[in-house]
Design a protein around this ligand. Structure first.
Ligand code: PRP
Length: 232
């Protein structure tokens, strides 16, 4: 029996759809279910529904054999897990943003206060540029921080850009791209090699078929590439 940790929230619907396309019909588990653990005897799998930021922990420490989580979370946590598959869905970017008209001070050497749920990514980004930074760790609704004077900048996920726009914020620079990843516990890969390799093979085929159907024939490139400034 394989135990798979799925991120609740934005990724779960696409994750369940991917399993279905890969040939695993998971009867009774849906995105709006309140159940946190779901046994699927017909697939010899147990699904755990956990917070996205907890998925790498479950997988790294063996609470789950594998999981699906955003690259953003993996980059932030630097967990020791095997990451065999870019699943292509959940595409978004981690960006620096500020209130419109307040992005011009980027090259100042005075301390910049940045609100984020990604303290590690934010710290490395500003440190690499030699900009002194004070990080304000938040857990959500990051866009509020500059509006109430809690921070000069935010580092947050941008998907459609709708939330930034709704709060009169502009994207200053893209730090990294993110998509959902399939991750595997390193010990499980040895101990449950056969079922895991079969699952990876089927998921990979489903991702490829989806890529072919959408025209590009392959999943998007892996993240952490520096992007050009998108100052507006
Ligand atoms: C994420 C992110 C942004 C928003 C971006 O928030 O933190 O707020 O989505 O999406 P958009 O570019 O399509 O508007 P989420 O919905 O996960 O909630 P949170 O504020 O609790 O983090």
């Amino acid at each position: 029996m394989l135990t798979i940790a799925l991120s609740k929230g934005k990724l779960i619907e696409s994750a369940l759809d991917l399993f279905r396309r890969a040939g695993y019909e998971i009867v009774g588990l849906s995105a709006d279910s309140r159940r946190l653990i779901f046994v699927s005897p017909e697939n010899d799998m147990t699904f755990l529904i956990v917070r996205p930021s907890d998925v790498p922990t479950y997988v790294e420490y063996g609470g789950a054999d594998a999981g699906i989580v955003g690259k953003d979370v993996l980059m932030e946590q630097e967990s020791d897990v095997y990451e065999p598959l870019d699943l292509g869905f959940g595409a978004c970017r981690i960006s620096v943003a500020a209130l419109r008209g307040e992005g011009a001070n980027d090259r100042l050497t005075s301390k910049v206060r940045v609100a984020t749920k990604y303290p590690r990514i934010t710290g490395s980004y500003f440190n690499a540029r030699g900009i002194p930074v004070e990080i304000v760790k938040l857990y959500g609704s990051i866009e509020l921080a500059p509006i109430v004077g809690l921070a000069d900048r935010i580092v947050d996920l941008v998907e459609t850009g709708g939330t930034l726009k709704a709060h009169d914020l502009v994207e200053l620079e893209v730090i990294a791209q993110s998509t959902a990843r399939f991750i595997v516990n390193r010990a499980s890969l040895r101990l449950k090699q056969e079922p895991l390799m079969e699952l990876i093979r089927k998921l990979r085929a489903a991702v490829r078929n989806e890529g072919a159907a959408s025209g590009n024939g392959r999943p998007p490139a892996v993240g952490m590439r520096k992007k050009k400034m998108v100052r507006s």
